[in-house]
Write a protein that binds this ligand. Structure first.
Ligand code: NCD
Ligand code: ZN
Length: 347
């Protein structure tokens, strides 16, 4: 059987939630990835080092026995984030970045930043303390077409942030457009981007053609085919500015399959398998290891992992849902076949 062994990867952008959902999803990530950057958009958001430490403990308690997994915590940037909190974050061994959500841009972002220039002092403090800034790059202007929100954000806000803070390491999270890819490619070495499996595998027809499919609805919304091709080219190019971040975002099935379904695709159950499928179709499986296991660690200035994971070419069917006792999370490709399967890992 065909197999693929690579250095154990990391997920540089994931939502694992808390409580029963956390307990349902965490094992999926922990058996694939050695480390993961944990998004702070809980209700209420994780805004202080003390909250991040409490949340980290809850995550560590959900790691299956014998599995080696390290959550890398982030703090949620608000208009009230203080320089003292940023300093404390930099000095802690738990917090690895701050996350900027424009207020109202996506799931649980109400407490986000309404006026980006007003938080420039906080960005200056992050630059000084060498803490990366992670950005959900979409404008929230209701007049702006949802398919244009990333491109406009890059032009108006990201360009200005990068100009003002040339030494601030910045990750444009889950890029979805040709324009964002081009911006990252031409910006300096301090600017990088993560790419999700759904944006590499699907275009907007998956969401809208032949019926509305809520499990493909995430933000930034999946774009048209030419954008998917640009993302795939970037991910498989070997350019270290582009690395793996699933943006796996579990929601209860009942909250997705409703008149106003919420945004987020659950992909942790098969993250590497989904990326392997995309890379194989682009005839670029040899580029998967750099994207999944090297470039993110290098950008965050952390050591590369030493263990390995092995995938085998072995078709399996994704379950209809994950969860028990009435809890249901519908995964990406539910009920469909995947061609790669995680076989084992060694830490
Ligand atoms: C994320 C979530 O559900 O928390 N949803 C999503 O569509 N990606 C939030 C986010 O990363 O935008
Ligand atoms: Zn996200």
């Amino acid at each position: 059987m065909k197999t693929l062994t690579i250095t154990r990867p990391d997920d540089w952008h994931i939502h694992v939630r808390s409580g029963a959902v956390l307990k349902t999803v965490l094992a999926h990530t922990a058996r694939q990835f050695a480390r993961a950057i944990i998004m702070p958009n809980l209700k209420p958001p994780v805004t202080t080092v003390a909250q991040a430490l409490t949340y980290r403990d809850e995550i560590l308690r959900a790691v299956p026995v014998g599995v080696d997994f390290t959550p890398l915590m982030t703090l949620y940037l608000t208009g009230a984030t203080t320089a003292a909190e940023i300093k404390a974050a930099a000095e802690s061994d738990a917090v690895y970045a701050f996350k900027l959500y424009p207020a109202g841009a996506t799931t649980n972002s109400d407490a986000g930043v309404a006026d980006i220039t007003a938080i420039y002092p906080a960005l200056a403090a992050m630059e000084k303390h060498n803490l990366p800034l992670l950005i959900h790059g979409e404008v929230t202007d209701e007049q702006c077409d949802i398919f244009d929100r990333e491109r406009v954000f890059v032009d108006t806000h990201l360009r200005a942030i990068v100009e003002h803070f040339p030494n601030l390491r910045t990750v444009l999270e889950h890029v979805t457009t040709t324009e964002a890819v081009q911006f990252v490619q031409t910006a300096g070495d301090t600017i990088a981007a993560t790419i999700t499996p759904q944006h590499l595998l699907f275009n907007r027809n998956a969401v809208l053609a032949g019926g509305i499919r809520p499990h493909y609805y995430c933000l930034p919304i999946i774009k048209r085919e030419r954008h998917r091709l640009a993302l795939l080219a970037a991910a498989t190019s070997g350019n270290p500015k582009f690395f793996l971040g699933t943006d796996s975002a579990p929601h209860l099935t009942s909250l997705k399959e409703t008149a106003c379904g919420c945004a987020g695709c659950y992909s942790a159950h098969a993250a590497l398998e989904l990326y392997a499928e995309a890379f194989e179709r682009a005839d670029a499986l040899d580029k998967l290891e750099g994207f999944a296991s090297f470039y993110g660690a290098d950008f965050y200035r952390l050591p590369r992992n030493t263990g390995t994971v092995t995938l085998e070419k072995n078709s399996w069917t994704v379950p209809a849902f994950y969860g028990e006792n009435g809890l249901s999370i519908t995964p990406l490709k539910a009920g469909e076949a995947l061609s790669w399967k995680l076989q084992h890992y060694q830490s």
